[in-house]
Design a protein around this ligand. Structure first.
Ligand code: GAF
Length: 389
């Protein structure tokens, strides 16, 4: 349905037959706020996605249409600048990245829209960036690798959205594989896939309904705090190039110089990197219970040391913990709102969802939205058979 709507809107606004691309959002099982300090993450691309219809238009302009906002925006490609509306920045930021690489971007039309909830921590912005980067790469025949496209999409976010994000979201959208999670080493950019069968263990997202605003300085502040930690430690331990090289003992030895806040931020990141590595071993061993315990520990660190949770997310994690069939739960993504991710045994999912909705209603008087997600492949061109549907 989504593809049909996007194609129809494209034809209504721009006439010719477009290239169709899908770009998924992501979940992250564990490894939160570790990517921008060169640590480990364990994301997967999901069945919530943004669909793009894109074609060259023979002009000097990018003519953009957001299907979800029902809003059009046109820019001269010779003068691509950040500005309003906000949604256009993710697209313009990608165009600018092609241009920074000396690639001339000819006039093009683009309609996009999808079902990745905005501000829910499922990376709708990365999906938008990656989808257009991939589509332009196809249209222009520039043959940039997926890793280059991920990097360009990340820089688009830095330069046009003002968020100094890591590479996890863009990587997950471009490198996702069906029924597999991927552990990424965000420093070397080496990665390894691990099977994850969402029929055997369901991934349920519970949306707190609190909208996060990554750009709201806190995200960038966390990054700076981590960088300060590395700057202090590397004076004493030159081998500490990023926080994953640091030990808890080293941090404790310099607690006073780091200051209480930076110390706690760094402690969380050091612990979380270890958790990702051990959690992958549990996943390989099929020990979901042990994996889930790491998710709870991750949440506790995000809440107490990293301070990126919020009361609604904490309530959701605590409400999930005692329910039958729940392996683990934690907040997901940048934080300050968005979703919790819950691993739930298939036979208990229905009861789980009902119990969570009741708990949220009782404790906060709010309606809880939940999503059961499956793990899908990364950004791709849609086959003609799909867009004919
Ligand atoms: C956001 C960012 F975009 C990611 O790079 C990552 O840091 C995440 O927050 C936290 O793990 O999604």
């Amino acid at each position: 349905m989504l593809y049909t709507h996007i194609t129809a809107a494209y034809q209504q606004h721009f006439s010719s037959a477009p290239l169709l691309v899908r770009a998924p959002g992501r979940v992250n099982l564990i490894g939160e706020h570790t990517d921008y300090t060169g640590g480990f993450v364990l994301p997967a691309a999901i069945d919530k996605e943004i669909c793009f219809a894109v074609g060259l238009n023979g002009s000097t302009q990018a003519r953009l249409f957001s299907y979800d906002q029902q809003e059009a925006y046109t820019t001269e490609l010779a003068d691509v600048q950040p500005g309003q509306p906000q949604w256009a920045n993710y697209l313009k930021g990608v165009v600018a990245q092609f241009q920074h690489r000396g690639i001339t971007v000819p006039g093009f039309d683009c309609v996009f829209g999808g079902n990745v909830p905005i501000g829910a921590g499922m990376s709708s912005s990365a999906a938008v960036e990656c989808g257009l980067a991939f589509a332009l790469n196809e249209l222009l025949g520039t043959r940039l690798s997926r890793m280059e496209l991920a990097r360009m999409a990340q820089l688009a976010e830095h330069e046009f959205a003002g968020v100094q994000c890591g590479i996890m979201d863009q990587f997950a959208s471009l490198f996702g594989r069906s029924n597999q999670v991927v552990r990424l080493d965000c420093r070397s950019l080496e990665y390894e896939y691990f099977p994850f069968d969402t029929q055997a263990c369901h991934i349920v997202l519970c949306n707190s309904g609190v909208k996060h605003s990554l750009a709201s300085s806190e995200y960038n502040t966390r990054r700076q705090e981590c960088e300060k930690g590395v700057a202090v430690l590397s004076q004493y331990y030159p081998q500490v190039q990023s926080l994953r090289d640091a030990t808890l003992e080293q941090l404790a030895a310099h607690q006073r110089e780091l200051g209480e806040v930076v110390y706690r931020r760094c402690r969380y990141v050091v612990e979380e990197n270890h958790r990702v590595v051990t959690a992958c071993q549990y996943l390989e061993a099929g020990d979901l219970a042990a994996f889930g315990q790491h998710m709870y520990a991750s949440h506790a660190g995000l809440r107490d040391d990293y301070e990126v949770s919020c009361p609604e997310l904490d309530i959701l994690v605590e409400a999930a913990r005692p329910l039958p069939g729940v392996y683990g739960a934690r907040m997901m993504g940048g934080g300050f709102g968005g979703c919790t991710i819950n691993l739930v045994a298939p036979e208990q999912v229905e009861q789980f969802v009902a119990a969570m909705k009741t708990a949220y209603q009782q404790q906060l008087g709010r309606v809880l939205e939940t999503y059961q997600t499956t793990i899908m492949g990364g950004v791709d061109v849609l086959e003609p058979t799909v867009h004919a549907a």
